[in-house]
Each structure stands twice: as C-alpha cells, then as structure tokens.
Write a protein that binds this ligand. Structure first.
Ligand SMILES: NC(=O)C1=CN([C@@H]2O[C@H](COP(=O)(O)OP(=O)(O)OC[C@H]3O[C@@H](n4cnc5c(N)ncnc54)[C@H](O)[C@@H]3O)[C@@H](O)[C@H]2O)C=CC1
Ligand SMILES: N[C@@H](CC=O)C(=O)O
Ligand code: NA
Length: 426
C-alpha cells in the first residue's frame, strides 16, 4: 500500500519515524507492506529530521492526490485550506484518508463523511482528539450500543502543560507556553490552544460521535485560559484546588426535552478530583454510559510520536479495508439542539477589586444576594487603598452570575471585575 503524506511537521515526521521503526512488524501482523511514496512540504530546502528521505519531498500537491498509485493520503498539515480541498480531491480519486486535523473536522466533518460514503472510501481521524489515546474508535465501535450521558475531561495538552507548570513551578504563562511549543504540543497558531478553540473542536467531534448528533465548532460554548492570572492559580492552590481546562459534553434536561451541553471552560477542581492529577500534556476523558457505567481514558494527548501512533493505527485500518474491499461502518446523526448557557448551573469563583472602605463588602454581598447567588466563602486581600475580594459561591444559574457581575460593575466602589470561573465538585 502506498501512502502520500501531506505535511512533514511534528506529526508527519514522527509518522515517518514510526513506519521506519515498525514497518517490518506491521507487515508481519497485517500481511501488507506500507510505504510512503511522496511527502508534501512547503519548503524543499528546510532542514528535516535525519530519517526523512528528502527524495520523497515535493511541493506539488497534485503529484500526490493525482497519483493513481497512492492508496492512502495522510493529512497532517493543519488549517482548513488547502487541507479540505486536498482531502476531498483524494477521496474523489479513490483514496482513503487519515487526518489529525480537528479544526477542519469540527467545521466540515459531515460533508467530508458524506463524500467518503459516496465514493466508498474511509476517512479516519483517531489522532484528532486526545492524540494517542484510542478514544474515537472506542466511542465509534466499542461503545456504539451504549446510551452515553456524559463525555468530559481534559483534551488539550498545551493548556494542561501550561497550567501544570504555573501550579507546580509558578512558571510565567509565556515561559510555559514557549516550552509547550518547543515540545511540539502547541498548534501552529497557539491562540487555538489558549482560547480553547482546539478543545472546542475536539468537544464538537467527541459529542457528535458519542451522542449521534451533528455538533459543529460553533455549537460549542468556549472559554480559554488566556485571561488567567498567577493570582487565580495562587488562590486555587492555597485553597486546595487545581485549575484545568475542561471539555464537557453532556445530555441535559431542558424545558421537557433532552438537549446537549457542549462547552469548554477553565475550572477549579479539588486537588483530590481524578482530573487534578492529570499533568503536563496528558489528557484524560471520562465517559459515562447507562450500561457500562464510568470509563476513564488516559494518555498522551499531544506530541509528535503519540499523535503519529494514532495516525498509524488509522492507516493500518484504512489499508486493511482497501485490501478487503470494505469500509468503516457509517453512523447516522441527528441535528443537535444545544442547551442555552443561561440555564446551566455551577458553583463559581469570582475575583473583584474594590475600594478598601467601610461598607463596601456589605454592598457587594447585597448584590450577590439580590441576584440569587449564595456566597459560600469570601477572602479579602489588602492592596493599599484597594482590596481584592475573592468569592466562592454555592450552586447558581449562569444567568444569575452574569446579572451579579453586571450589577457589581454599577457600584462606584468596584474597581475591576476579573473573569469568573466555575468550580467543579469532587
Ligand atoms: N502536535 C500535536 O500534538 C498534534 C497535532 N494534531 C494536528 O496534526 C496536524 C499537524 O500538526 P503538527 O505536526 O503539530 O503541526 P506542524 O506545524 O508541526 O506541521 C505541519 C506541517 O505542515 C506543513 N504545511 C502546512 N501547510 C502546508 C501546505 N499548504 N503545503 C505543504 N506543507 C504544508 C507545515 O510547513 C508544517 O511543516 C494539525 O492539524 C494539528 O492540529 C493533532 C493532534 C496532536
Ligand atoms: N495543540 C494540541 C495538540 C493535540 O491535539 C494540544 O495541545 O492538545
Ligand atoms: Na485519539
């Protein structure tokens, strides 16, 4: 089987390495020789890893998607374009496709899947969610008979790496990000990681598969970690919490109907919570089903080799399907109905800065009460003329929390409202 590789960055180069190292044993196990025949790059003269055969490099995409000898196209370039058009062109020319491109899939998966079905070829994407963790296939195949209620966890390695370093070494945000970039975890544009877009794309893909619905990137409520400060992290640590970027996909009862809640947000978790011990670029995902109960998937969610391992599994699957003239089973999906954020409930962490004067705390507490938000605890830290107040609340509606912050902003004594965070129980 001949493979055309689109992109030779972290994941592409690691894929070549795995094939060089494991090619013989793969052949022994599947009875098929896998061979990379061309590699699409942007720059022929860029320095490559020593195992890359530079004679395979080309800058002409057409020489891969138009090559009738190539059976499987592996897309590991990222971006929507030209990845989308090259994937579609490959399918139309009878090739199966393996991609790690979650940003693309979260926007265009359903049309790409439809095309694959029309032409009788596969599109596999195990690497797109939680890197090397075999999660997509578990949901698609092993758990397809389950009625799942919730899929939740940590699905972005870069932000988890940054948060781990901020908590454990008090490393500055920028320094931790630079390390994550050096280690090959971050997206080409790291804002995708920091603003939660990467996790949101993964949440859309996961919930589409887990719940049999068409969930797209724009259906996901998304908040990232770029506004988090060292003070938030310090408060969390001192009170026995860890801050994590959580992706949560759940069935929710809303006005007599079942809806989906799909969101990504930074949250304070008790240090004893199982997700709190997920460090660095590791990911962990809990899946809850009616019959199977609770499952936990844990492993390396980012990095060249773990991600390329998932790509390799998909390539082998695609190769075997081509060999036997079969394709992956197709799953039907309904349009999604998402629950409005306002209706969801949570405990909250709220940090504000106020004038340090008599009566201010009483006014602030009154606002919380009038908006229906009950305060569980409060800490005041003096800052000269001003003070930082940090509240932990009991469970309240998101809508009530927004009303509280709006009303607080009207008070003369309130200098600054930091973003609020959700708090997840143990
Ligand atoms: N790095 C990771 O841990 C993971 C990455 N992914 C996904 O895998 C894909 C690749 O990621 P990385 O290898 O980390 O990125 P990367 O930036 O290291 O590599 C991408 C390569 O593709 C090349 N490229 C981009 N557009 C091109 C074009 N039009 N023509 C020719 N070459 C082009 C770039 O020059 C670069 O060398 C992305 O979709 C990413 O989201 C998925 C899971 C984990
Ligand atoms: N940038 C992503 C890479 C894997 O999907 C991450 O950090 O998780
Ligand atoms: Na995976």
């Amino acid at each position: 089987m001949k493979i055309g590789l689109l992109g030779c960055g972290n994941v592409g180069s690691a894929f070549v390495k795995i094939l060089i190292d494991n090619g013989d044993s793969i052949k022994e196990r599947i009875g098929e020789n896998l061979e990379i025949s061309k590699i699409l790059v942007r720059d022929l003269n860029r320095e490559r890893d020593p195992w890359i055969n530079t004679e395979l490099l080309t800058t002409e995409a057409e020489s891969i998607v138009g090559d009738p000898e190539i059976d499987i196209v592996v897309e590991v370039m990222g971006d929507l374009n030209p990845s989308k058009s090259l994937i579609e062109a490959s399918l139309r020319r009878g090739k199966s496709v393996v991609t790690a491109n979650k940003a693309l899939l979260a926007e265009h998966y359903f049309e790409i899947e439809e095309l694959a079905e029309q032409v009788g070829r596969d599109v596999f994407f195990e690497a797109a969610v939680a890197g090397g963790i075999p999660l997509i296939r578990s949901l698609r195949v092993s758990l397809v008979g389950e009625r799942l209620s919730r899929v939740t966890g940590i699905v972005n390695g870069t932000t988890n790496f940054i948060l781990t370093r901020m908590h454990e070494e008090s490393l500055a945000f920028e320094e931790a990000l630079a390390m994550a970039q050096r280690l090959g975890y971050a997206e080409a544009d790291p804002r995708a990681d920091l603003e939660g877009y990467d996790a949101a794309a993964k949440a859309a893909i996961l919930s589409s598969i887990a719940f049999g619905m068409k969930v797209r990137f724009q259906d996901v409520l998304c908040e990232g970690i770029s506004n988090l400060t060292a003070k938030d992290v310090e408060f969390a640590s001192r009170h026995g919490f860890v801050i994590k970027l959580i992706a949560e996909c759940a069935r929710v009862q809303y006005e007599n109907s079942q809806r989906l809640s799909v969101r990504v947000f930074p949250a304070l978790l008790p240090a004893t919570h199982p997700l709190s011990s997920v460090r660095d670029a590791f990911n962990a995902i809990f899946v809850e089903g009616e019959a199977v109960g609770e499952l936990m998937f844990y492993g390396r969610g980012a990095g060249g080799l773990p991600t390329a391992s998932a790509v390799m599994g998909d390539v082998i699957d695609a190769a075997q399907n081509l060999h036997y003239g079969s394709t992956e089973r197709r799953l039907r999906r309904r349009e999604v109905k998402v629950v409005p954020l306002d209706a969801l409930e949570s405990n909250f962490y709220v940090a504000i800065e106020v004038a340090d004067k008599p009566g201010v705390l009483a006014k602030v507490a009154t606002v919380f009460g009038e908006c229906g938000v009950s305060i569980a605890s409060m800490e005041q830290i003096g800052l000269g003329e001003e003070a930082r107040l940090v509240f932990l609340t009991h469970s309240a509606k998101e809508r009530s929390m927004v009303l509280t912050l709006d009303a607080l902003a009207q008070l003369d004594s309130v200098r600054k409202i930091h973003r609020y965070l959700r708090v997840i129980d143990g």
